[in-house]
Design a protein around this ligand. Structure first.
Ligand code: DAT
Ligand code: MG
Length: 238
């Protein structure tokens, strides 16, 4: 339905462009931004506009409005490449622990997520306090290794990141590998780059709820960057 609508609009646009060219109609520079705004606000709302148009006494006014306010900017908008929009994308929290940072593995690990196609939306180097580490590993507080784990996490710089992409929570864990590097498959980050469980170099959220909590714990909302990556239309095919 959307692609048919897009094709129809594109035909209208080409017709408009041809008419504009033959009659030397100048398209005001402002039209470009108005077009974007109108087209954005109208995305997904054509059906409600059509319904509005069926009210008899408003029909002419509606038609005029459509031709005057919508068609020109929409036509200009359609001349541009449609913006690449990926599907609803999830986010996960990934951290390179002090051992990974000290061993010089930052670029190696970041590149594995980047090459896969995931999008980096937040990153910072921090030395967490022990209190903070205890909050992060709260669900493990009953485990015998809890204290040592929190001491270790707070012992030096940690590279905290948020990565975004379809299925990134689950697949991020696959890239990371099993908790114990002795059991991690070769090809995974822990499988390739670590040996013991207490120094397994990387953390990754284990589910949607944990991801949300961990992102909120480590980052302020304004530290998360919303942007369209150039590669998205190639990665997702839309
Ligand atoms: P993961 O990091 O794979 O999510 P987890 O949440 O069970 O694993 O544990 C958090 C971290 O605690 C883990 O990365 C390393 C440490 N850890 C887990 N089990 C351990 C153990 N048996 N001995 C020492 N450290 C352990
Ligand atoms: Mg875990």
């Amino acid at each position: 339905m959307n692609s048919r609508l897009f094709s129809a609009a594109a035909r209208t646009t080409r017709a408009f462009a041809a008419a504009a060219a033959s009659k030397s109609i100048n398209v005001l520079p402002e039209a470009r931004s108005v077009a974007g705004a109108v087209a954005t606000s109208c995305r997904g709302r054509f059906s409600s506009l059509a319904a509005l148009g069926s009210y008899g006494e408003h029909q002419n006014a509606y038609r005029q409005w459509i031709s005057g306010a919508l068609m020109l900017p929409a036509a200009v908008y359609m001349l541009q490449d449609p913006p690449a929009q990926a599907a609803e994308l999830e986010r996960t929290f990934i951290a390179i622990k002090p051992d990974g940072v000290q061993r010089g593995l930052i670029s190696e690990i970041v590149s594995r997520f980047e090459r896969k196609g995931y999008k980096l939306v937040a990153i910072k180097l921090v030395v967490p306090s022990k209190d903070f580490a205890e909050k992060h590993y709260y669900d493990l507080k009953e485990r015998p290794f809890f204290n040592g784990l929190c001491e270790f996490l707070s012992s030096g710089p940690v590279l905290a990141m948020v990565w975004e992409g379809e299925g990134v929570i689950k697949y991020g864990r696959k890239l990371i590998g099993a908790t114990d590097p002795q059991k991690s498959e070769p090809g995974t980050i822990r499988g390739d780059l670590a040996i013991i469980v207490g120094r397994n170099i990387i953390h990754g959220s284990d589910g949607p709820e944990t991801a949300k909590d961990e992102i909120n714990l480590w980052f302020k909302p304004e530290e998360l960057i919303n942007y369209t990556h150039n590669s998205e239309k190639w990665l997702y095919g839309k």
